[in-house]
Ligand binder design. Sequence first.
Ligand SMILES: O=C(O)C[C@H]1C=CC(=O)O1
Length: 97
Amino acid sequence: MLFHVRMDVAIPRDLDPDERTELVTTEKARALQLQREGTWVHLWRVVGQYSNISIFDVPDSTAMHNLLWSLPLFPFMTVQVTALTEHPSALSANPSP
Ligand SMILES: O=C(O)C[C@H]1C=CC(=O)O1
């Protein structure tokens, strides 16, 4: 099941710099792991913002929820999730005759 997710990150300015570095480093490692596993299918930076647009491929909405909550930066994110389904006019839904 595919989900479109927008994450807007707002790390407090007064967070300890070492803690910030640890959070961002751990988040990056987790993001890379999930991409290698094929779960985090797309990860794009929104130009000019500390935000990303991502596509996830997970079994269901519970898995999506749990994955987002498990992200190290989750406490500092505002997250918008949109569940996706196949468009009837998509090439993938219309194999060539
Ligand atoms: O930087 C971000 O957009 C937040 C988060 C998503 C991947 C990652 O490494 O950090």
